[in-house]
Write a protein that binds this ligand. Structure first.
Ligand code: OFO
Length: 164
């Protein structure tokens, strides 16, 4: 049985993952409007992945006898000044999520909740991957500069993404 503190923190993280999904879906909509189908698809799959992260936490809370308390999800940003800004926001957001996973892990360690410490290991590895990808996308966008053909190629490449 988890402590009240851990249950609240897991519910908070659950909300953050749902927000991530909503945030990336908003980015997907932004690219749909620009007719950049590859980028739109990439962010839609990213939104699906975040939804799956949320559901992982949802299922875990019940597995260890806790209770899920769904809260309202904040309204995500819907307008960006440039494509680069979208990728910079993604990187910044992933860094924020990494911090909140690390805080949750610190709390689980101090509460001696070994099951939750173990559960969170998957998220720790996932965040390393997500930050690396987000940073790589920022670098690629910076390299492209104003190149239209570069943008077309990157749109094509990101559009080939498939979720595992
Ligand atoms: Fe859930 O990993 Fe990104 O935010």
């Amino acid at each position: 049985m988890m402590s009240q503190k851990i249950q609240e923190a897991l519910n908070k993280q659950l909300n953050a993952e749902f927000f991530s999904s909503y945030f990336y879906l908003s980015m997907s909509a932004y690219f749909e409007a620009k007719d950049l189908q590859g980028f739109a698809k990439w962010f839609r799959l990213q939104a699906d992945e975040e939804y799956a992260h949320a559901m992982k936490i949802f299922n875990y809370i019940y597995q260890i006898g806790g209770a899920v308390k769904l809260d309202k999800i904040g309204g995500p940003k819907t307008e960006w000044n440039s494509i680069l800004e979208v990728f910079l926001d993604t990187f910044e957001h992933e860094q924020k999520i990494t911090k909140s996973i690390n805080n949750l892990l610190d709390l689980s360690i101090s509460e001696k909740d070994h099951a939750t410490v173990n559960f969170l290991q998957w998220f720790v590895s996932e965040q390393v991957e997500e930050e690396a990808i987000a940073q790589q996308n920022v670098k690629r966008m910076e390299m492209l500069g104003d190149s239209k053909s570069g943008l077309f190629m990157l749109d094509k490449e990101l559009g080939s993404r498939v979720n595992q």
